[in-house]
Design a protein around this ligand. Sequence first.
Ligand code: CDV
Length: 311
Amino acid sequence: MSRIVRVGAAQMGGISRNEPKESVVEKLLGQMRRAHGEGCDIVVFPELALTTYFARWLIEDEEELDRFCEADMPSPATRPLFDEAARLEIGFHLGYAELAVENGVKRRFNSSVLADKNGRIINRFRKIHLPGRVEPDPGFAAQALEKRYFEVGDTGYRTVRGFGGVMGVCICNDRRWAESYRVLALKGAEMIFIGYNTPTKPYWAHEEDPLSDFHNHLSMQAGAYQNCCWIVGVAKAGMEDGEELIGGTCIIAPTGEVVAACETREQELICADCDLDLARDLKDNLLNFEQHRRIEHYGLITGQRGVVEPD
Ligand code: CDV
């Protein structure tokens, strides 16, 4: 048996601080049409796909901060994406900054939506692992102030039926944490969409990290294999407001193999036919969670606390 989902991973180039969202959405529409032309069922856009990665700066003007966010989804700026998706009958994943007013309290989240082929939102996710600091470190030009601007997501890792399978989402830094994949897999995820903005130079360092591309792929390939999932990792890449972002957009099979990968740090589209049943053998045998996982023996719930000193 095979259940094929044809996926387009739409790597983006940088977005400048003053670029109007309408112009960004035009680029996304171009990528969506290209993906449709390639026969894709879904096109995947990165984290914060409508704006620059504004957490690199200390921004004290609330109005400026709010302009980076969407109070509704679809929002006026993104409505054309939903309309075009429905017209073309293609799904999409979109990362964006969310402004929510709940019980009269203003809250911001680093969020994403998954829309089906009718342009209907079927999954909403708020990023859980927020990198960086609350206070900027003046020793560094570029910051990662996500802990200042966003709240920790409260949606939990969610899976949803769609595109003939079970789909999950996590966002950027979430991909470095084994829990993200495992919880999604325990909830049945067969494919996980991950958008990211990762600078080549870490926010705590003065030099580029030579292992940044390696760790990007290592995290996602291990996540795919250990959890028998397809993973679609999509970057915003290249120079953005003076900071270079890694690329490395790729589509990874449940075997851990990269089946398609971007080659540049610019806008690119890669596509792959992903068979959701490819993981059947692994799931039934070597990595059968029900048969082989032994969480009651891991000593997490009862048993050893802390390090045991030798006798
Ligand atoms: N957007 C991110 O979450 N980026 C982080 C960087 C700032 C460390 C990442 O884990 O790629």
